[in-house]
Design a protein around this ligand. Structure first.
Ligand code: PFF
Length: 466
């Protein structure tokens, strides 16, 4: 539905907005990146600091971003420009969102690569279900190395990797090209509820069949000595990645929100749902992995290697595996559409071209860049584009993009957003949007003005140079 004056479609209801924003937040970040990061960064210390980051930094920034979007009613850089203009501040502040739009484009290019792997595993488990039948474990009679070998096997086939990447990107483009109501909102409203049902089912299954106690103690035992600068930066980066912050995504979605939506309440729901899913994903994945006697530190291989091996020993393994990867595919798609929407909205509003043309242009760019990420695991494995930065010294192209966006672009985008919303923009205009009063309002303002930018700057410094 187009809204008078704004010139673009809006969400058809408050719940559609919430589902779309939760859909953006909940994705590969929760199901794949969170357990991998937690495993690589020592478990409990990372997890508790992550929760701290979500509450004290992520949530206030989330509200700030959504309210900038709703005030501006336009693509992210234009929304910032309008709020700056209405506050008699320099319009050049829009650069904070331009950086974000660019970062969203970068993330999209490698996000679709992982989305492609998910599609591959949907195919693998579907094939296995036909072969081994419903009731037995997955991959009957196959050696663990064989199952583990599926991932390097896929990595080794460059054409397959590029094809999967393009396949996932094409599905994303299809829905973004259709617009808000019949594209982005459609995926959120139909796929997110299915996701939640499958997700709860698999979590309960994991709790009953796996080693739940060990997973709980792994994720929630807090060991201060493990909390290094690098772990803290990883946790902040993960919190931002998971909440879709610092890259204009939530600003873009906020622009389609109606005036009567309470943004503070909505932000709370988004952050709460996202964090709950991340924790439950950890509690679903680690018990299954521990029960199979596998290690938590398998990193990126956790979801794609350890979990399939674990499904082998489980009753209904192929079916559960299939349901699991379909669920991850749904979650990934509702996130990738938001990553594509931020640059697409910018391109079509800025250059006055159609949404379909803008989707094609941005999508084509992401496809070309994505090839480098898709080939990072074999053909371009030795290519280390950021070898001159110590913490990215070992990173291939894919890891470098992932690291730079989560550890640099996102925190920097958030620091600039905090300074803009907390110090530059007219406080009256901000207060009209945020839906907070009393102590909560004071607290939010103090967090945005002082705590978030200072904490982020400190964590970035310690993480990068400490
Ligand atoms: N939050 C998404 C996830 O956790 O998978 C990833 C993401 C989506 C990041 C949209 C940024 C964004 F703008």
């Amino acid at each position: 539905m187009a809204v008078a004056g704004s010139g673009h479609e809006n969400w058809s209801s408050r719940s559609a907005f919430i589902l779309a924003a939760v859909g953006s937040a909940v994705g590969l970040g929760n199901m794949w990146r969170f357990p991998a990061e937690a495993g690589e960064n020592g478990g409990g210390a990372f997890v508790l600091f992550y929760i701290f980051c979500v509450l004290l930094i992520g949530l206030p920034v989330l509200l700030s971003e959504i309210l900038v979007g709703r005030h501006g009613q336009a693509n992210a850089p234009e929304s910032v420009r309008r709020l700056a203009r209405d506050s008699n501040a320099p319009e050049g502040w829009s650069v904070l969102a331009s950086l974000g739009v660019f970062a969203a484009f970068l993330i999209l290019s490698f996000y679709c690569v992982v989305g492609g792997w998910v599609l591959y595993y949907v195919g693998v488990f579907l094939g296995d279900l036909f072969q081994t039948g419903l009731t037995g474990g997955a991959f009957e009679g196959r050696a663990a190395e064989d199952i583990e070998g599926l991932l390097p096997g896929m990595f080794g086939d460059g054409a397959l990797m590029v094809g999967l990447n393009l396949g996932f990107l094409a599905v994303t483009m299809f829905f973004v090209a259709r617009g808000i109501a019949s594209g982005i909102e459609w995926v959120a409203v139909y796929l997110m509820p299915v996701f939640f049902v499958l997700f709860l089912g698999i979590t309960i299954y994991g709790a009953f069949t796996g080693n739940f106690g060990q997973a709980v103690s792994y994720l929630f035992t807090f060991d201060f000595s493990k909390l290094t600068g690098e772990v803290m930066l990883a946790a902040v980066g993960q919190a931002f990645f998971s909440l879709s912050l610092g890259v204009a995504g939530m600003m873009t979605y906020g622009a389609y929100a109606n005036r009567d939506t309470n943004l503070a309440e909505t932000s709370g729901i988004i952050a709460g749902a996202d964090t709950a899913v991340a924790m439950l994903a950890g509690l679903a994945i680690f018990p299954i992995v521990f029960a199979a006697g596998l290690s938590a530190s398998a990193g990126p291989g956790l979801m794609f290697q350890s979990l399939p091996i674990a499904f082998q020993a489980m009753p209904f393994g192929s079916l559960i595996g299939l349901a699991f990867f379909i669920m991850v595919f749904f979650a990934a798609l509702t996130s990738s559409v938001s990553l594509l929407e931020a640059p697409t909205a910018y391109v079509f509003e800025k250059f006055g071209i159609s949404r379909v043309a803008a989707t094609l242009i941005v999508g084509l760019g992401a496809a070309i860049l994505g090839i480098l990420s898709a080939l990072s695991f074999n053909e371009l494995a030795e290519f280390r584009p950021l070898a001159f930065i110590p913490i990215f010294a070992e990173a291939n192209f894919f890891d470098a993009l992932d690291g730079v966006t989560a550890k640099l672009f996102m925190p920097i985008g958030a620091i600039l957003t905090c300074i803009f919303v907390g110090w530059v923009a007219d406080a009256k205009l901000i207060d009209e949007e945020n839906g907070l009063d009393g102590v909560l309002h004071q607290t939010w303002r103090a967090l945005v003005r002082y705590v978030c930018p200072l904490a982020l700057a400190a964590i970035m410094l310690v993480g990068l140079f400490g």
